[in-house]
Design a protein around this ligand. Structure first.
Ligand SMILES: [Zn+2]
Length: 286
């Protein structure tokens, strides 16, 4: 026979077990991304998983991270991170310093296993590159938080599907322009161009801010004229001197593409940016 005391004890045990479970579920994980594109991938992979704090380390950075140096504030953020999600391929010049300072910090490189084109780090501008990145992060989250592995797997699969649909859509939209010759201000769009069969015949500035010599400029202008280049793609409306010279000398207009290194806090942001970039390219090449 169950006595009153036994019932009370049983109720206590049940309440205790429920509390334990709730405690386990509320486990807080801080996921820090080195920059915006990694942050957007994170938002998708951890979508609707409770207790995950997602941080973009370099919200104040302009453009890519080429010359970015970590601040003391950044180091403080990293000291609280459970996992640090980076592009890799040399994008984060500060990675060694971080690994040394926080030897226990898990670091996930989104570009792991992506074949690089001439060591170019701008892999996030390749849709298939971002697919690999999402899978790399999905796996890392499952290892870090195995209790919720299914959720991460589902989120990763959902995002990969969306990206693959986007890739197919852009592939068919851009297919009439296959083989089109373009020139770019920086070498950021190499992967995008490669993915959709566009040929980058010249890059005005090898590194952002590296002014081409008069001889380089003359060569670029010649290439533009010879190859029938229809458009110059840059990441800015401001015509820096070299860009101005090329557009003036050749009459080929400048179109602005989005580097996808800043934008809204929206998991769909990357997809929207890439769609817009494809539209700009289509408009320019018509
Ligand atoms: Zn760059």
């Amino acid at each position: 026979m169950i006595t009153f005391r036994k019932t009370i004890l049983l109720v206590f045990i049940i309440v205790f077990l429920i509390g334990m479970r709730a405690g386990a579920q509320a486990k807080e994980i801080t996921v820090v991304a080195s920059f915006y594109p990694a942050y957007i991938t994170e938002l998708n992979v951890v979508k609707d998983v409770p207790g995950i704090r997602v941080v973009n380390l370099t919200t104040g950075a302009q453009g890519c991270l080429h010359d970015y140096a970590l601040t003391t504030n950044d180091m403080r953020t990293l000291s609280k991170a459970d996992i640090f999600v980076v592009n890799g391929a040399g994008t984060e010049g500060f990675l060694e310093e971080v690994a040394k300072q926080y030897p226990k910090l898990r670091i996930v490189r989104l570009t792991d296993t992506v074949p690089l084109i001439e060591n170019n780090p701008h892999v996030w501008l390749s849709i298939s590159g971002v697919v690999v990145g999402a899978k790399n992060l999905g796996r890392a989250m499952q290892e870090l938080d195995p209790d919720r592995a299914e959720l991460y797997q589902k989120n990763t699969d959902d995002y990969v599907l969306k990206l693959e649909k986007l890739g197919l859509k852009l592939y068919s939209q851009l297919s009439p322009h296959k083989g089109a010759k373009i020139i770019t201000l920086h070498d950021a769009f190499v992967y995008f161009a490669h993915e959709f069969g566009l040929e980058v015949v010249a890059v005005i500035e090898r590194e952002p801010g590296a002014q081409p010599s008069a001889q380089d400029l003359a060569q670029i202008i010649e290439v533009v004229r010879k190859c029938g280049v229809k458009a110059i793609f840059s990441d800015q409306w401001v015509l820096i001197p070299a860009l101005q010279t090329v557009t003036l000398e050749t009459g080929v207009p400048n179109y602005v593409l989005d580097l996808a290194v800043s934008g809204p806090d929206d998991p769909e942001a990357y997809i929207k940016i890439m769609q817009k970039n494809a539209q700009t390219i289509i408009e320019a090449l018509q």
